[in-house]
Structures are given as structure tokens and as C-alpha cells.
Design a protein around this ligand. Structure first.
Ligand SMILES: [Zn+2]
Length: 81
């Protein structure tokens, strides 16, 4: 776990409220770090349960954003874990 405390941080947009927050790239690669707060995480879970299509769309937008960040060099893919 010691290794986990380091790691690059990037600014990403919360898929629930669209505000910017800092996420660790390691978490992004694992598919975590999609929301800025616990409240937004709860909102996302609710959308996922009630409106799966909407959730899929949100998730896709987020993944496109991450892909763009990788292309732009904002996320160092060499640090992929
Ligand atoms: Zn949020």
C-alpha cells in the first residue's frame, strides 16, 4: 500500500456535478475517481441503479475525457499501474 500513497494527480471533472477535482491516475485507471465527493458518488450510484442508460452516457463521457487527457499528455501512461 505504501506505493499507493504516491502517484501522479490530475485534474478531472466529476461525472455527477462537472466540477474539477484532483484524482490519482492510478485510481482513474482502475475506474475509480469518477466523482469529487461522497455526495456525488452517491448520486452516481443512484443514476446507475435507476437510469442505466444515463449512467452509461456519463461514464462514456468521462472515459473520453480521460482518453483525451492521455493523448494531450496530461496523464502519463507510463505510470499505468
Ligand atoms: Zn461532484
Amino acid at each position: 500500500m505504501a506505493k499507493e500513497s504516491r502517484g501522479q494527480r490530475v485534474e478531472v471533472r466529476c461525472i455527477a456535478c462537472c466540477s474539477l477535482f484532483k484524482a490519482r491516475t492510478a485510481d482513474l485507471y482502475r475506474g475509480w475517481a469518477r466523482s469529487c465527493s461522497k455526495a456525488c458518488a452517491a448520486r452516481i450510484r443512484e443514476v446507475k441503479a435507476r437510469k442505466p442508460e444515463k449512467y452509461a452516457r456519463m461514464k462514456r463521457n468521462f472515459e473520453d475525457y480521460i482518453a483525451d487527457a492521455i493523448i494531450l499528455g496530461e496523464i502519463d501512461v507510463k505510470k499505468k499501474v
